[in-house]
Design a protein around this ligand. Structure first.
Ligand SMILES: [Zn+2]
Length: 503
């Protein structure tokens, strides 16, 4: 029985004509190959699955092909060099994974090895994948080689994050940016593959796969690869959805309605129904993000500022959630908790807005603040009229800071609402528990904030009014956390286990 070959490997571009959607890079590379003016180093940057490594291999293949027509860059794919390159056994094509330890060692040995002549063809091509992962010593070693490259050497650095490549290295490279594929490009490539593989895929199922892949041809072909062996007949939209774990958008729409309408219990029931039907949580979160974004665009076009602001806050929370879901040990709980929180917040928009407006410094007169009732709301509203100060929009830069923290530390700051005033970062916390923890972890946060706002940066940790007025009642355990209490009340449940989430 022949070894199974993934569709992605099977249909990896073997000619430039096959390299979909990267016309600028493709044309420039072909021009260089035909004219013999090949650079010593290239930097291919762009998001994952857009064909960077495929293009690098194609370049290597074309350079060493002996059957290539003089006026064409296309490799013949039949000469010894081409066959070996395709099979992955060519000695003149060296692929280094910069993310692995071995990769670092390989870079270290580079200076001696690059001087050895190629085995078969005129060129020796080094492809350095995930090049941004190289360590500083490895970059230095690479740079020394790039400064005096032997004539037969071509480097191709591939990266999804060109900003992490030192400028000294970038300066020695010719750079090409690989763009995300459009849904049409992906769908058309998938149709081509399906036709050859003799699989029937409905057009709307094809569109669904293309959309799910988010611009990555590799992901799209990978999804098709998952579907083909599972489907018994032609692949319909319904079967693609259930096989890929993608929820029906109508169900997601109604889930989003519940969240935005403040119906936490209904939202969780709906979520469980979607989950039980086989949808994957990440796809659910992505679907909610899409729905939220569509509504945000609609609100903006209607100049409905209040709705837009609220939707952008929800979208921001979903974005965080999307990042957390793939790392979290119990993603389901995380999704439930986040959606319930968003719904609870939506239910008390007036109170939430009012609390935002309170100045924290002098505690307001001693009115009782529990879960706000109507009378409390009025009091708050008189002391700070609604609409005077808008709810702050998400602060750009803060999410990047969060991304850089390790997961345990980040969890403490997820609840914080940032405000930036010059070099002062004010972090608002709703819960004393988080407020206290956040200050304990300040040494982790500070360097990142300085890198963001400058060396003068200061952080002010503030607690929202409803906790600040009752310092003695600060939650001592997670069960006392108002959010947990609310969940317990709504589901008529109790806390059975508290799990500390760590790396
Ligand atoms: Zn050839």
């Amino acid at each position: 029985m022949p070894e199974y070959q993934s569709l992605y490997r099977k249909y990896r571009s073997q000619t430039f004509a096959d390299l979909v959607g990267q016309d600028a890079a493709s044309r420039a590379l072909q021009g260089a190959i035909v004219s013999g003016r090949v650079a010593h180093a290239y930097l291919f940057s762009g998001s994952r699955g857009t064909g960077k490594t495929s293009a690098a291999r194609l370049l290597a293949k074309a350079l060493n092909c002996t059957g290539r027509a003089r006026d064409s860059a296309e490799p013949c794919n039949t000469c010894q060099s081409c066959v070996e390159m395709t099979a992955g056994s060519a000695l003149d094509l060296i692929e280094i994974d910069a993310a692995s330890n071995r990769g670092i060692d390989e870079i270290r040995d580079l200076r001696e090895k690059v001087n050895l002549a190629p085995a078969l063809g005129p060129y020796k091509v080094y492809i350095i994948d995930e090049a941004h992962m190289l360590t500083e010593p490895a970059f230095n070693a690479l740079l020394k080689t790039l400064e005096e490259p032997p004539a037969h050497i071509v480097f191709v650095l591939c990266t999804t994050d060109a900003q992490k490549i030192p400028l000294t290295v970038i300066g020695r490279c010719q750079q090409f940016v690989f763009r995300r594929h459009s849904e049409e490009q992906i769908a058309s490539r998938l149709s081509y593959i399906a036709k050859i593989e003799n699989v029937r895929v409905d057009a709307d199922a094809m569109q669904l796969i293309a959309r799910t892949a988010q611009g990555s041809m590799r992901d799209a072909v990978g999804l098709l690869d998952q579907l083909v062996p599972l489907a018994s007949g032609p692949i319909s939209l319904e079967s693609a959805r259930s096989l890929l774990g993608i929820a029906d958008p109508r169900l997601l729409d109604s889930l989003l309605d519940d969240v935005l309408g403040g119906r936490a219990a209904e939202a969780l029931t709906e979520l469980n129904r979607i989950y039980a039907a086989g949808a994957e949580l990440r796809q659910v979160v992505r679907g909610l993000m899409e729905g939220c974004r569509d509504r945000l665009v609609a609100a903006l076009s209607k100049r409905d500022q209040a709705t837009a602001r609220r939707l952008s806050n929800v979208l921001d929370a979903l974005l965080h959630l999307d990042g957390e879901v793939r790392r979290h040990a119990e993603p389901r709980f995380l999704v439930e908790a986040t959606l319930a929180r968003l719904a609870v917040e939506a239910e008390q928009p007036a109170a939430a807005t009012a609390v935002e407006q309170i100045s924290p410094a002098p505690p307001p007169p001693s009115h009782e603040v529990g879960l706000p009732q109507t009378s409390g709301e009025e009091q708050v509203a008189t002391s700070a009229p609604r609409g005077e100060k808008p709810v702050p929009a998400p602060v750009a830069g803060w999410s990047e800071v969060l991304e850089k923290l390790n997961r345990t530390v980040r969890a403490v700051y997820l609840d914080a609402q940032p405000e930036v005033d010059g070099s002062l970062l004010v972090l608002w916390f709703r819960y004393g528990f988080h407020h206290k923890k956040a200050q304990e972890q300040s040494s982790q946060l500070m360097p990142l904030v300085r890198a963001w706002l400058g060396d003068e940066a200061k952080i002010d940790y503030r607690l929202r009014e409803n906790d600040a007025t009752k310092p003695t009642q600060r939650p001592a355990s997670p069960e006392d956390d108002p959010f947990v209490r609310e969940i317990v009340r709504r589901f008529d449940g109790r806390v059975t286990r508290v799990k500390e989430v760590s790396e």
